[in-house]
Ligand binder design. Structure first.
Ligand SMILES: Cc1cc2nc3c(=O)[nH]c(=O)nc-3n(C[C@H](O)[C@H](O)[C@H](O)COP(=O)(O)OP(=O)(O)OC[C@H]3O[C@@H](n4cnc5c(N)ncnc54)[C@H](O)[C@@H]3O)c2cc1C
Length: 402
């Protein structure tokens, strides 16, 4: 590698130190690579997010992250437009609630301790592929990296500059944090709330944290005319929120997976790897189209990207495109099923709400999926067969009544 004057050289440069970037940086540093992580923010920083981690995060994160878990969720209260609530609790955790400032800071410090050189308050300006690496220019300096990980979130500059033609559909989401002090949270200790009728094509949530509630609405199919009005209506309809004054919500785009976008991006800009650059997390649009879960996939894609870089360091015959294939195999196949479920649930939210309250074993199966005992694919197949059997039973009952 011929080195330009004033240019710092590293094995891997990670732009963005949210869960995706910090996880990748941690894995690469642990394996002995020289890693530089750059974030425009200084951590701990606020991030607009519900902070809900499905419990299967336990399968991919070391246990020490539990030190920043604020609330453990065992059940969900489902409602439809603030009415017809029903709760379903289980005996083991289905989700963990975190505040993103603490959670992200925790992951970043872990990467730093593993050897990542961390530059906070430094912003990416441009990046381009050169014959001997990727040149990165920030508002402070210039770098040359053998591999670049774009983990710079929903508005990724790495994606814009190194993956031209990539355009994500980004959905409108709003979130507010309500300080509630030491009183028991709403809708109850160990519970989160999901309302699938509150928005025309998405859902509203209440996720409890230590001494606060995260309240939000998310559009998962696009075209939400007035998210603020929908947020206000949700807060008004949720009578359990009456004791608190809910602060104005903050918005942030959600780059939800979409099959058509994927096909177009594949055609116009290839997959998630271009030369020595890889996209992870929100920068790669790895957000689940059913409930907008992105943290799990940010962490997982950070791990897969790091694995692929390390494989190539150890064996020159390996290609970074292994990462793209791993995401297709492990994540896109799941998202395809989640998209099918989203299309049913958000087309017929009231019917689905009624069916879930009736066939609660399907919800329990969904909890198993949140725990990682089922995948979307196995869950969907089993839920379909339960629904078919139940329909048959109903039919038989109806016939025997006649
Ligand atoms: C309202 C809302 C609620 C959500 N709720 C949930 C939830 O409950 N559960 C869940 O799993 N997911 C949720 N998500 C999705 C989740 O927040 C994202 O999927 C997740 O943050 C993705 O992590 P990331 O590391 O890819 O990106 P981010 O967390 O966005 O991190 C990107 C980092 O890059 C840095 N950066 C950006 N540009 C530059 C630049 N030019 N130079 C240097 N640094 C840069 C930023 O400062 C940031 O720290 C929610 C999203 C929204 C909007």
């Amino acid at each position: 590698m011929s080195i330009l004057p004033d240019v710092k050289v590293c094995d891997a440069l990670v732009i963005g130190l949210g869960p995706a970037g910090s996880t990748a940086a941690y894995q690469l540093s642990k394996a002995g690579l020289s890693v530089l992580g750059i974030d425009k923010a200084s951590h701990p920083r606020y991030k607009v997010c519900g902070g809900g981690l499905s419990a299967r995060i336990d399968l991919i994160l070391e246990d020490d992250y539990k030190s920043v878990v604020e609330h453990t969720v065992y059940g969900i209260q489902f409602s439809y437009r603030g009415a017809d609530p029903f709760c379903l609790d289980s005996s083991s955790p289905i989700a963990y609630m975190v505040m993103r400032d603490r959670f992200d800071h925790f992951l970043l410090e872990k990467a730093r301790r593993a050897g990542t050189e961390v530059h906070e308050g430094e912003q990416l300006r441009s990046c381009r592929e050169l014959p001997d690496g990727i040149e990165v220019t920030t508002d402070r300096s210039r770098y040359l990296a053998k591999a670049l990980i774009g983990a710079d979130g929903a508005n990724s500059l790495v994606a814009q500059q190194l993956f031209p033609g990539r355009r994500s559909r980004r959905m409108a989401t709003l979130e507010s944090e309500v300080p509630i002090g030491l009183v028991p949270p709403y809708p109850g200790v160990g519970r989160a709330l999901i309302d699938i009728g509150a928005t025309p094509a998405g859902y509203a949530w209440i996720f409890p944290k230590q001494e606060r509630l995260s309240i939000g609405v998310g559009d998962l199919r696009g075209g939400l005319a007035s998210p603020k009005k929908i947020f206000d209506r949700f807060v008004r309809d949720e009578k359990g929120l009456d004791p608190w004054k809910v602060p104005q919500p903050v918005g942030h785009p959600l780059p939800v997976f979409n099959e058509e976008d994927l096909a177009r991006d594949d055609r116009e800009s290839g997959g998630l790897v271009n030369g020595r650059a890889l996209l992870v997390g929100d920068a790669a649009h790895l957000v689940d189209p059913l409930f907008g879960e992105g943290i799990y996939y940010a962490v997982r894609s950070g791990q897969l990207a790091a694995e692929s870089i390390l494989n190539q360091v150890n064996d020159r015959c390996r290609s970074l495109t292994d990462y793209d294939e791993a995401v297709r195999r492990e994540i896109y196949e799941e998202f395809r099923v989640a998209a099918r479920m989203a299309s049913i649930i958000y087309s017929y939210p009231y019917l689905c709400h009624r069916l879930l309250s009736r066939y609660q074993h399907i919800v329990m199966l969904y909890y198993d999926m949140l725990r990682g005992c089922e995948t979307y694919q196995t869950f969907y197949a089993r839920a379909k067969s339960i629904a078919k059997c139940s329909a048959k039973e109903l039919l038989l009952q109806a016939v025997s009544f006649r």
